[in-house]
Write a protein that binds this ligand. Structure first.
Ligand SMILES: [Zn+2]
Ligand SMILES: [Zn+2]
Length: 729
């Protein structure tokens, strides 16, 4: 039995008291069990004939919640696998996988409340009882007219106050209430509109995945933005549905990729279960139930949807597989939904398709090792030329307000040709720093090792790490001299372009804009209609919006990613540049991409410009191999935070000591304070565990973690183990 506790083990229980001949609860079924003094919802993981505990110490299950398992075998197997791989208590993995309401005992099948006349109730109704309570009498008569039974919804239609009448009748034994499972007939999935004719490469991809449909196989579908990956997903979904199978589609962020959901809705006349983090508990339960009952044959969702229940799973698609948001990097269970999707496909013996314009180095390594099959869509429909990338050397170009003269001239040229322009800068707000030029004071965050960002329009100073928010001062709090915003954020670039190109309509897309609901739609509408000519945006612009008239992209600052302490930063930078560049020159208009940098000779930029993303990944994989970083080694990070630096570091130092002499092919690195040690008032530090061999790493963690948990300092610090960490800080 898996129970939601921090203990790394399963628990044994006796079967519940059951009538003769009743079936025992099956694996995947939820049950109420006594746990200490509490009553908890647990899940049956296995049914065994015997226990290691003596029978007198075993307690019976109190109540079986699910007659049919809430999780089918492949989902259950996935939870077991995740608990082992991420070294996390299985009960807590389960808690992360199930909707909150199911963890509290809600029914897994949709139910309806039904009221029925009992035998004595029928007699009473026929005799016109109870004479002195007209409302109760009317309710009995209503039920009699309905053949003795009705659902709550119909009763509410009879009288809004029906519950007041029903309660005394139930007490007299004249009425009985029951929760009855709602029978949801699966609706046949139909193709609403036939898709366009496939290009040869798309057809080839569809055929190769479809040919593997009866067994596990992993595919990388690589294609630049606009190359038609979505059409391949749609055709394969159609193919799976035709075989009576269900399809799971994982996306990085649903709010930012509404197009994909829209494309599935347009194509299929079938219920779609959509699971993402913005749902309320009851919405999530409803979507989960639709997937569980098999009514929804297509389940589309973010990270946690990888655990969704699916009857007859036939295909898994992971769109934008390189996106870091597939990795849960906070909280206790830090899993990669992309990696779990591959594991689930293997357990369910179905193909998994990982799509990206800029595949992660891990995935490319799996291709090189022949674990994944690479399928490429090189051509864009109706257009053959990729955008032209050029560097602007900031050391020799005049620059004003963050925009170089060559960039300004290019913007003028494209606007004059009637086209649209995208200005990319991965920093929101007006300016990243507020400085006093007299005494050198810089507005700091009180709770983080970070500067406060100036938000001029809102007249606020904000911390982008902890959310601290303060009024924007006019004078230096230290010396009283006037203060000045330094550096560029999207808000400032928008203002500078407004001054440089008067009369040209400019829109901005960043997290500040998206926070206000409806504003994202407005930005997309103004760009799509051609009303807005310039778009200033952060990372957010890389998320699949199509603006066919956009022909120029300017990347204002490529240098942030070149010299980071995180070994994955160059990969992120290259992916961002390629994704942003993919916004230029859709349709039949050729695109131009300008990248501003102070390091035009940097090998990463050179390989990217000369040989594209392929050239970059070849060079980057070689670098990772030399440095023995993933995917050529395996990493785990023990992360800790505490109220003081000593609390965080002290715990990790003791944890390291507890490891004794580690195995030969395993290294412990640290502990070290995080690059930004203080965040939101807490100090962060980490200890890295690295090994070339996955098995060695996991065997080590198995033996070491119980010792770490037993440390006294483990109780004082907040800590978590992160297997395959994505960000090192
Ligand atoms: Zn000052
Ligand atoms: Zn802060």
């Amino acid at each position: 039995m898996a129970v939601d506790t921090p203990l790394r083990r399963l628990f044994d229980y006796l079967p519940p008291a059951m009538p003769e001949g009743a079936a025992e609860p099956k694996p995947g079924a939820r049950v109420w069990v006594p746990f200490g003094r509490r009553r908890l919802v647990g899940m049956v993981m296995d049914v065994a004939d015997r226990s290691d505990l003596p029978p007198e110490r075993l307690k019976p299950i109190l109540e079986v919640l699910d007659a049919a398992p809430a999780l089918e075998a492949s989902a259950l197997e996935l939870i077991r696998w995740a608990a082992e791989y991420y070294h996390h208590p299985v009960g807590q993995v389960l808690a992360a996988a199930l909707p909150a309401l199911l963890r509290r005992g809600a029914g897994v099948a949709a139910t309806e409340e039904r009221w029925a006349l009992t035998g004595s109730g029928s007699d009473a109704a026929a005799a016109g009882e109870p004479r002195r309570a007209p409302r109760q009498r009317a309710l009995l008569e209503f039920l009699l007219s309905r053949g003795g039974t009705a659902v709550a919804g119909d009763l509410a239609g009879h009288s809004p106050l029906w519950r007041d009448a029903a309660r005394p009748l139930e007490q007299r034994g004249w009425l009985a209430r029951a929760e009855v499972a709602l029978v949801e007939a699966p609706e046949p999935a139909q193709v609403r509109a036939a898709g366009p004719t496939l290009l040869p490469e798309q057809r080839d991809a569809v055929e190769r995945v479809a040919a593997a449909s009866r067994a596990y196989a992993a595919f990388l579908l690589e294609g630049v933005t606009g190359s038609g990956k979505t059409e391949v997903y749609l055709r394969l979904t159609e193919e799976a549905l035709a075989r009576g199978r269900a399809v799971l589609v994982l996306v990085p962020e649903i709010g930012l990729t509404p197009q994909l959901v829209g494309r599935f809705r347009e194509r299929f006349a079938a219920p779609l279960a959509v699971l993402h983090s913005a749902l309320t508990d009851s919405e999530r339960l409803a979507a989960w139930r639709a997937a569980w009952s098999g009514r929804a044959r297509i389940v589309l969702g973010t990270r946690s949807a990888v655990f969704a229940p699916l009857q007859d799973l036939g295909l898994i698609v992971v769109d934008e597989e390189h996106d870091p948001s597939f990795k849960q990097h906070e909280g206790a269970l830090r899993y990669s939904a992309r990696d779990l999707a591959v594991v689930r496909a293997r357990h369910a013996s179905v193909p998994v398709l990982l799509g990206s314009a800029t595949p992660s180095l891990e995935t490319l390594h799996n291709v090189a090792a022949s674990r994944y099959t690479r399928l490429r869509l090189l051509r864009r429909p109706g257009e053959s030329r990729p955008p032209l990338l050029k560097l602007i050397d900031l050391r020799v170009s005049a620059i004003e307000a963050g925009i170089s003269t060559p960039a300004v001239l290019a913007i003028e040229r494209h606007l004059a040709a009637g086209a649209q322009v995208l200005i990319f800068l991965n920093r929101r707000g007006f300016a990243p720093t507020l400085l006093c030029t007299a005494c050198g004071w810089i507005a700091p965050c009180r709770d983080c090792d970070a500067r406060l960002t100036v938000h001029l329009a809102a007249a606020r100073l904000r911390c982008h790490h902890c959310g601290a928010d303060a009024p924007l001062p006019e004078r230096c709090p230290q010396c009283g001299f006037a203060v000045k915003p330094v550096g560029q954020g999207t808000e400032r670039i928008e203002a500078a372009l407004g001054a440089r190109f008067p009369g040209v309509s400019i829109v901005r897309l960043d997290r500040d804009v998206v926070r206000r609901r409806g504003d994202l739609d407005e930005v997309v509408r103004r760009m799509s209609s051609g009303e807005a000519r310039i778009l200033v945006g952060t990372q957010m612009v890389t998320k699949g919006h199509d603006f066919p008239n956009l022909t120029l992209v300017v990347v204002l600052n490529a240098d942030q990613g070149l010299f980071s302490s995180d070994f994955r930063a160059p990969e992120r930078l290259a992916q961002t540049i390629v994704q942003v560049a993919g916004r230029a020159g859709r349709g039949n208009k050729p695109g131009e991409v300008l990248i501003q940098t102070e390091f035009p000779q940097h090998p990463l930029l050179v390989s990217l410009l000369e040989r594209g993303y392929d050239g970059f990944t070849d060079a980057a994989l070689e670098e990772r191999l030399q440095a023995s970083w993933p995917p050529f080694s395996r990493l785990a990070a023990l992360r800790a935070s505490g109220k003081t630096r000593e609390a965080a570091l002290g715990f990790l130092t003791e944890a390291r000591a507890a490891a004794g002499a580690p195995p030969r092919v395993l290294k412990l690195l640290g502990p070290v304070p995080a690059a930004m040690a203080k965040r939101a008032g807490r100090y962060h530090a980490q200890l890295l565990i690295e090994s070339r061999e996955r098995r060695v790493l996991h065997r080590f963690l198995d033996g070491w973690l119980p010792q770490v948990e037993a440390l006294k300092s483990a109780q004082r610090a907040r800590w978590a183990l992160d297997v395959d960490p994505l960000e090192l800080f």
